[in-house]
Design a binder for this molecule. Structure first.
Ligand SMILES: Nc1ncnc2c1ncn2[C@@H]1O[C@H](COP(=O)(O)OP(=O)(O)OP(=O)(O)O)[C@@H](O)[C@H]1O
Length: 272
């Protein structure tokens, strides 16, 4: 579990995160949504300590990041898997070498053991026989699988993903979403995903945190999201064309259904 209390981040005089308090649960897909510029990436990078927060508390399973020694921070770093926008693979390394990279950084396993771990996760993300290829020789969807395999090769407790579906077609996005959900359950990770993709949110999101202008405006489950009593959130959700059309379709269908019930008498007694 990751607990965040009153997290603030300024860049000079500009306050980007204005005091965020929330909790991300273990074994769940937690999603952060919000318009461009709402602070999602700064938030994720503050949790990762890429940015030093200006104030506030971040607790990783009870461990306060502000009170950690250098060694403890290094241990925490080894427990975190990350998938960043654009996959961020090393172009000069093969798929195998990319995936092995965190093991070289954080483990003292033998080469044989590392190789076995790499082959295990390659199977897990269904990369087939792409292991000897270079990133430029495989598709965007395959590159994303490599990035996920690299993120989980060290059995992380925490999995952070920034826009994992960016640049992917809807079909491949669904596959990546399902994979992230499956991994979260299998590895029992605390997974945090930044996304604009409402389809992902409604398919695999378990807890949703909505950021706006550096403030947490709403949080909850996807079941209550579409009826949330927050105009900004609803505007954001229905700004997706698909959602707009679905809403109109259901409104129309419901209306017709209701009219039918009210105006049509039952054809015979057994209708009830
Ligand atoms: N290193 C930085 N220095 C100064 N300002 C920054 C820095 N990084 C981000 N910002 C500002 O913080 C705000 C939030 O940016 P952030 O990248 O977190 O938004 P986002 O919600 O992730 O957007 P997107 O969905 O487009 O990725 C923006 O106004 C941005 O200009």
């Amino acid at each position: 579990m990751i607990e965040i209390k009153n997290l603030k981040k300024n860049f000079g005089n500009v306050e980007v995160l204005k005091g965020i308090t929330t909790t991300f649960e273990t074994g769940k897909v937690n999603m952060i949504i919000g318009q461009s510029g709402s602070g999602k990436t700064v938030f994720l990078k503050s949790l990762l300590n890429v940015y030093q927060p200006s104030s506030g508390e971040i607790m990783f399973d009870g461990r306060d990041i502000n009170k950690m020694s250098r060694d403890e921070k290094q241990t925490l770093r080894s427990e975190i898997g990350t998938v960043f926008q654009g996959s961020a693979l090393f172009d000069s390394m093969t798929v195998d070498e990319n995936i092995m990279f965190p093991l070289n950084m954080f483990s003292d396993l033998t080469y044989r053991e590392k190789k076995r771990r790499v082959m295990d996760v390659i199977g897990k993300v269904h990369l087939g026989k792409a292991n000897r290829k270079y990133p430029s020789e495989i598709s965007g969807g395959m590159q994303k699988r490599v990035a996920i395999a690299r993120a989980i090769v060290n059995n992380p407790k925490y999995l952070f993903c920034d826009e994992p579906n960016s640049g992917l077609d809807p079909y491949t996005s669904n596959i990546i979403d399902d994979l992230l959900l499956e991994i979260t359950k299998e590895y029992n990770t605390t997974t945090i995903i930044n996304t604009h993709d409402m389809n992902s949110v409604m398919t695999v999101g378990e807890k949703i945190v909505y950021l706006r202008l550096g403030i947490k405006e709403w949080e909850g489950t996807k079941d209550i999201l579409i009826n949330a009593n927050n105009k900004n959130l609803i505007d954001f959700v229905y700004s997706s064309e698909l959602f707009k059309e679905l809403r109109e379709y259901f409104l129309k269908t419901d209306k017709t259904m209701i009219e039918n019930i009210i105006t049509k008498p039952p054809e015979n007694e057994t209708d009830f």
